[in-house]
Design a protein around this ligand. Structure first.
Ligand code: 6PG
Length: 250
């Protein structure tokens, strides 16, 4: 398995400029190769800054489709909605047509039904653009994302794969509802297998509050139920220096 490219940046502006360049390159290569670029979006303040940069860049997004890597169990116009954040930071300012953006069909009373409906939408949109599962997901197929964008929480969660939650042990689904006890709420999330099937998988990590989580993920003992980001096989890390551990555990 190829090692991820880890790039650290003294200043967030350099972090964003590089991530934007990488996004443009990935989108152009995907559209040139397959006529489409399918992106899974993360929530959070760090990914939001990249979305704002993409919206301002003027890059041709006409063949890019935007999906949610995870979502909160709130209406799409709620202040905590990841789709609302993506709509305000990227989709609206970049003039993305509605048919190119796929929000989760939130069902606060039956999140399991909403997750199944979203998975059906993903399967319909991806069609045969899938890859074979590996490990626990072997024998199944998963979405061949062109790009999965991920943040990382201070507890080393990513998407809505939180420590000690049931979604960490789901290997035969693409997208599930996930009860998060510590938040006392349901979340929606791609499973680890449905993230790892991406062609490009990037962690965007900034801020000293992430240093411990990143040290556990980059070099700590393997304990993915405690540090869910360890489940992910990213291709790149974009990291500000204040989030980078001084010394990686052996
Ligand atoms: C969410 C996100 C979550 C986020 C991380 C990092 O719905 O909250 O998908 O996984 O990406 O918590 O967020 P920050 O970059 O804001 O720290």
């Amino acid at each position: 398995m190829a090692q991820p490219q880890i790039t650290t940046y003294e200043h967030p502006d350099c972090f964003l400029a590089d991530a934007l360049d990488a996004f443009v390159t990935t989108a152009e290569q995907s559209v040139r190769s397959r006529g489409i670029c399918r992106v899974a979006l993360a929530g959070g303040s760090t990914p939001r800054r990249l979305y704002q940069s993409i919206a301002r860049s003027g890059v041709d997004l006409s063949q890019v489709q935007w999906f949610m890597g995870d979502e909160r169990n709130v209406p799409l116009d709620h202040e905590e909605s990841n789709f609302r954040m993506a709509r305000e930071a990227l989709l609206q300012p970049a003039g993305v047509p509605e048919e190119n953006a796929f929000p989760v069909p939130i069902n606060q009373d039956d999140p399991a039904a909403a997750a199944r409906a979203y998975e059906a939408t993903l399967r319909e949109q991806f069609g045969s653009d899938t890859v074979d599962g590996v490990g626990a997901g072997a024998g199944l197929v998963f979405p061949a994302w062109d790009l999965v964008l991920l943040g990382m929480g201070e507890d080393a969660h990513t998407a809505s794969l939180f420590p000690h939650t049931a979604a960490l042990d789901v290997h035969d689904r693409w997208f599930v509802d996930n009860w998060v006890e510590k938040l006392s709420t349901h979340r929606y999330t791609l499973t680890a297998e449905a993230i790892n099937s991406g062609r490009e998988i990037w962690f965007l990590v900034s801020g000293s509050s992430k240093r411990d989580a990143l040290s556990r993920v980059l070099g700590g003992d393997r304990d993915p139920h405690r540090y869910p980001s360890q489940l992910i096989r990213p291709t790149r890390y974009f990291v500000t220096t204040d989030a980078m551990p001084a010394v990686l555990d052996a």
